[in-house]
Ligand binder design. Structure first.
Ligand code: NAD
Length: 497
């Protein structure tokens, strides 16, 4: 823990990080791996190892799924009244909220997120847990059907063990988005956190035990994607699987689930557009788009990465964006004055810098150079924000970079703006910026994607479905009543009269 001044850390965080190798949580017990399967997790802001984590193997994952199956059948969780389950989930939300400062620091350290943003993620987990706990009490469990000459009804039942494979960009928030509806519906869960950011999920597994949730209800299996992740994706004992990550791995996971006929939900990458019309509030739009692309150092699936700007304001917009981006203060994620932290790993930094280089090689104009950044006293994975401009057939405009890089292109009219925004294999989230609300609604409705935002980017109120189409995902999405319904199977009962 060299570069991290331990005095900066809360005592509970220090204790957690120095409690020895961190194992998974299966059936309420800590499970460790053999020495040769240990892996390190690093502080992206200092590059230093902060903890050694056990890489669980296929047989551990098997035990976790079996534990989840046992808890499903033997604990009362699946049979509790929704209000009783909701009370338990509110208790979990209370416990997480009570440890918010601890969890936020762990999350910030592990994935390089600014501390206030990490605290926001923890609060979002709490809000998500409460949202689904409350919602689950108001969904009708049994519906009588009006059918000629038959008595008939349908009823809802939890599926059983559900798997969750999550990425490194929002490790704790996405665990919440995944497991909250599953648990509220009466299922049990197995979580496979990303190898770059396993700490907050491990902490959650321990906390669930501490507050007395049934053993086996929440199992956590840290490990490498190709071992623990692949073992979970291909486990025939799961009843559902949810994967959030890259389209490349999403395909592998969906294939594995397909072989077992396990229903799968995929939340994948994006290449979102911001469509900016000439009547927009220019300074405000620049401010919000710069904030969006630098938020969590651009490592956000639904980010506005292609900025499509109405020709009459294009030059002014480019100039104002470059000026504003230069002012972003890059720094260590736990320093209060930092406005943008590091990217998650050296590999990710190379990816971002590689795309800048390839984009320029293919003819993009480098409006704001970007490149590696040095932060005094911190040997972390820092990059500067960058702006490219040019034609959208450039590699940097087509592929997901996952860094603070926006790509600018002018458009002539509304029709061309829609055509350019939709000219991508992805379909996650776009935004439209104009003071003409009729036009805003027209353009928002014309997007081939899961989400359109108006005069804002990155909006996630609980209750609004969030999902992607095309290369951005399939299977129903997250955050709404539809998600909760996904975690109940439907049973039809019929009797001739
Ligand atoms: P990734 O696909 O590399 O990894 C995601 C998870 O899959 C990790 O836990 C990893 O260990 C696991 N994994 C890797 N190989 C596996 C395999 N063969 N079998 C099973 N699991 C395996 O993605 P990442 O780099 O961690 O995250 C970035 C990606 O996630 C980006 O594409 C981003 O857009 C996407 N993302 C999407 C959303 C959304 O809601 N749509 C949200 C966040 C991130």
């Amino acid at each position: 823990m060299a570069a991290q001044r331990t005095s900066d850390l809360l005592p509970e965080v220090r204790d957690f990080l120095t409690s020895g190798r961190l194992g998974g949580v299966i059936d309420g017990q800590t499970v460790v791996s053999a020495d040769e399967h240990l892996f390190a997790t690093r502080d992206p802001g200092s590059g230093e190892v902060i903890a050694e984590v056990c890489g669980l193997q296929g047989d551990d994952v098997d035990r976790a799924v079996q534990a989840a199956q046992r808890a499903f059948v033997q604990s009362s969780w699946a049979r509790l009244a929704p209000a009783e389950r909701a009370a338990a989930l509110h208790r979990l939300a209370d416990a997480v909220e009570g440890r918010k400062a601890i969890l936020a620091q762990i999350e910030a350290l592990d994935c390089g997120k600014l501390l206030p943003q990490a605290a926001g993620d923890v609060q979002n987990f709490v809000d998500t847990m409460r949202y689904f706990a409350d919602l689950s009490q108001h969904v009708q469990q049994r519906s009588v059907l009006a059918v000629a000459r038959h008595e008939a009804w349908t009823s809802r039942h939890p599926w059983g063990p559900c798997g969750f494979i999550v990425p490194w960009n929002f490790p704790f928030l996405l665990v919440g988005w995944g497991i909250a509806p599953a648990l509220a519906a009466g299922n049990t869960v197995v979580i496979k956190p990303a190898e770059d950011t396993p700490l907050s999920a491990i902490y959650l597994g321990r906390l669930a035990k501490e507050i007395g949730l049934p053993d086996g209800l929440i199992n956590v299996v840290p490990g490498l994607g190709e071992t623990a992740g692949a073992a979970l994706a291909s486990h025939p004992g799961l009843r559902r699987l949810s994967f959030t990550g890259s389209p490349e791995v999403g395909r592998l996971v969906a294939e594995a689930c397909g072989r077992n006929l396990v229903p799968v939900k995929l939340e994948l990458g994006g290449k979102g557009a911001a469509v900016v019309f000439e009547d927009t509030e220019l300074d405000d739009t620049v401010e919000k788009l710069v904030q969006a692309i630098t938020f969590h150092t651009g490592q956000v699936c639904c980010d506005a990465t292609r900025w499509l700007i109405h020709r009459p304001i294009y030059d002014r917009f480019v100039e104002a964006s470059a000026q504003r981006m230069k002012q972003v203060r890059i720094g260590y994620q736990l320093d209060r004055q930092s406005q943008m932290g590091p990217v998650v790993s050296q590999k990710q930094r190379e990816r971002v810098l590689g795309y800048l280089q390839r984009g320029v090689q293919e003819g993009a104009e480098l409006v704001l150079e970007g490149g590696p950044e040095q932060v005094p006293g911190r040997d972390g994975f820092f990059v500067k924000p960058a702006l490219l401009a040019g034609s959208l057939d450039n590699v940097a405009a087509r592929e997901e970079i996952f860094g603070p890089v926006a790509y600018l292109t002018p458009f002539q009219d509304e029709e061309e703006a829609i055509q350019l925004a939709n000219a991508t294999d992805y379909g996650l989230a776009n935004s439209v910026w104009t003071t003409d609300l009729s036009r805003a609604a027209r353009v928002a409705d014309a997007m081939v994607a899961g989400n359109s935002w108006i005069n804002a980017h990155n909006l996630f109120p609980h209750g609004v479905p969030y999902a992607g189409v095309g290369k951005s995902g399939m299977g129903g999405g997250v955050l709404s009543v539809l998600t909760l319904l996904d975690y109940w199977r439907s049973l039809s009962v019929v009797r001739p009269l």
